[in-house]
Design a protein around this ligand. Structure first.
Ligand code: ZN
Length: 192
């Protein structure tokens, strides 16, 4: 069922459709006001559904590439990472999020994608981002993250995707920290 379209001339609450055709910019409908008889056209377009990001506190918000980028930029301050590289990371993450299929995506997933990307670009930026994002509770957990970088024991994105796609959005404290999960070629690749 169509929703009633108000007449732009007299504001009458409904109009009748006299013609309707689909083209590239959507479905165009010729309409005539039931009250004043004026004719007008409406174009109906499909709006891509927005993916919602589920934050740790349970609030939902639209995915915001600018916001993600500002976090990445901060991590990369005075590092040898170009604006173009960060833009690319932002676009890739956005594409990944958009094609994910889940209507709601935990913010932790986005954070992991960002960390993944930074790790390949610059290890200092990665540690900076991780320290804000993971909110390392103490020097030990920071040390663990650095050690994980050094030993290359970093999970692949596929492994993380599997874990993060599990039910329950909150990181499970009983689950091993991602950084400890074995085996990745990422480190070798990023330093070679
Ligand atoms: Zn009218």
């Amino acid at each position: 069922m169509e929703t009633p379209v108000r007449c732009p001339f007299c504001s009458f609450r409904d109009s009748k459709v006299t013609d309707s055709r689909a083209n590239d910019d959507g479905i165009r409908r010729r309409r005539a006001c039931i009250a004043c008889g004026e004719r007008f056209t409406t174009v109906e377009t499909v709006q891509l559904s927005t993916v919602l990001i589920m934050k740790k506190d349970g609030r939902r918000e639209d995915f915001n590439r600018e916001k993600l980028l500002s976090g990445l930029r901060r991590a990369c301050e005075k590092r040898n990472v170009s604006v173009a590289q960060l833009e690319t990371v932002g676009l890739e993450i956005e594409a990944r999020v958009a094609s994910d299929g889940r209507p709601e995506i935990p913010s932790t997933f986005v954070g992991e994608l960002a960390m993944d990307a930074l790790r390949k670009l610059d290890h200092i930026a990665y540690i900076r981002f991780a320290s804000v994002y993971r909110a390392f509770a103490d020097i030990e957990s920071l040390k663990e993250a650095v050690e994980a970088l050094e030993t290359g024991r970093i999970p692949t994105l596929e492994e993380k995707t599997l874990q993060l796609a599990l039910p329950g959005d909150e990181p499970d404290p009983t689950r091993p920290r991602l950084l400890h999960d074995v085996e990745s070629r990422h480190f070798a690749e990023s330093v070679s």
